[in-house]
Design a binder for this molecule. Sequence first.
Ligand code: BDP
Length: 674
Amino acid sequence: MKLIKLALVTLSISFALLSRAEDGSRLWLRADADAQAQVSANKKGESIAIAVQELQTQWKGAPVQLNMVGKTRLPNPDAFTITGDSRNGVNISASSEKGLLYGAYHLLRMQETGQLNGELNIAESPSYNLRILNHWDNLDGSIERGYAGQSLWRWEQLPETVSPRYREYARANASIGINGTVLNNVNASPQILKTEMLEKVKVLAGIFRPYGIKVYLSVNFSSPVILDGLKTADPLDKTVQQWWKNKAAEIYRLIPDFGGFLVKANSEGQPGPQDFGRTHAEGANTLADALKPYGGIVMWRAFVYNPSGDDRAKQAYLEFTPLDGQFRDNVIVQVKNGPIDFQPREPFNALFGAMKKTPLMPELQVTQEYLGFSNHLVFLASMWKEFLNSDTYCKGEGSTVAKVTDGTVFPNKLTAIAGVANTGDNTNWCGHHFAQANWYAFGRLAWKHQLTPAEIADEWLRLTFSSDIALVNPVKEMMLSSWETTVSYMMPLGLHHIFAWSHHYGPEPWCAIPGARPDWLPSYYHQADNTGLGFNRTTTGSNAVSQYESPLREILNNPNTCPENLLVWFHHIPWNHTMKNGRSFWEELCYRYDAGVQQVRAFQKIWDRQENRVDAERFCHVQSRLKIQSKDAVWWKDACLLYFQTFSKRPVPYDIERPVNELEELKMIKLHLK
Ligand code: BDP
């Protein structure tokens, strides 16, 4: 008898543990679904039905009424108001179904993060009208720069078989306001536009539609030639124009609310209008004309540079500013936050503010191509806010990047922002549990760029882990310092692109591949020599500073006023240059690398203290990732300091941790990553 009892007890304990097991698959949507709220709506519809169902099962307050109101009251279709009292009766109003859905998710978020205290008086309208994820997913299921498994899209099973994750994906996005998704890689296979692929896209579009998400596709500029054997893809050729018109008609027959095209042209070997002596504007306009009758748009990327040219950081500006005013009104130019390429820290791209007659949309990278893949804990909201808050001075002080892209400074109707997704088919979606916070933060900032990283981290932690302040406070601090920490151990003081060849994971400042494009090698960027370190982009160098407005260009041009965190981005700094704190530049470099290492160690301590507040599965996962991050930070520090020391010929300050690796051994590390 005793034995049986014992067995039962053991069984129930393991059941309890099992039921507490957490694999991260529920993301930030973990509210219990056992509520029985009274919810009514003055209209019927697919999205309203979702809003009603979400509230019925999760809302624990007073009855909720969903009101569809006229456009005069709420002109932005995504906007909503929430009024009333959470204890007596709540009203959510919007002029579209989507708006009501966003209102429902907002109310639930308030409940789950403990922000309800009776009276409700909320009015929200999105910062950007289009809030889009870019998936760099290939048709064979692989993901370029993806670190969370294979693509979510099972092309080989579609259109017949539909994964349950498609709906979960749509729901997660809708809950944070994302309303568009580009399904395939910017290095686009022309095959995506074949009829049989479009039939598959149609199924995804149908699942995403009730969640307010439109589907877009990346297209290859040579599609007319490759798919249908046209003699040319010249955008001014009549047969080519007709081809795009026919293709658009075919797409819209299948997907009436199709969003449009994303195009990477004449960039890193992709075909484009310049192959035919045409401009980016001429290329974009041909596609835009085809989409125009259906309300579709073209997102034309400005990520362009070529090996023979000028300083890579200047090229997008040089190619695009002469075209300002030449694009159709359904074209928006998509510009990466920085002028090079999603580096750990970059100044903003000078195109922001410079294109006065063309709408621009920021492109952020949610996937951590240059920030430790899914091994390092890096909360990117801090980086994105620094970028969005950067002052372009294009219409005087206060013309921040956010304001020049959200319709405030320039009255553009088309406003948008894109994030390169970090999702894959891993159970926890993003590889690292904390990488989910970056997906979340992208959506939240796209919706409301005024939110602070602290507010976003706070919300996310409460939704994803717990509202226990003994967890929220220290872990939030860790998240908030994690980007700066990573910059410190990877590329402090404006260093950039000193990554290992091709995979961009570890350090290889010494990398030299015979015959390689110079602008794909670290020495192009760091310019280390016996006198100092850094790329001279001042008026005595490449003069990239002059692409910025005054007074910013003068501030950047002077090493004494240039922000120190961008010092060697803009200047070749002598090793003995005196920093603001009195240290020499070399010493400061050493201290920054060391600080990065020390901070990751501190993260490990913060996390270990959470053992009793986090389920074992997620706790151990994050703990083991932090170990990797800690080891990698030492690897970065030793590699960079030992290598740059061969130029500086100065000692590593004696009070910081000594190198534990030999430079020659570090140089032999070759990772076989993609
Ligand atoms: C770089 C990536 C490359 C992308 C390219 C792009 O290394 O894989 O194709 O950007 O954005 O960051 O087009």
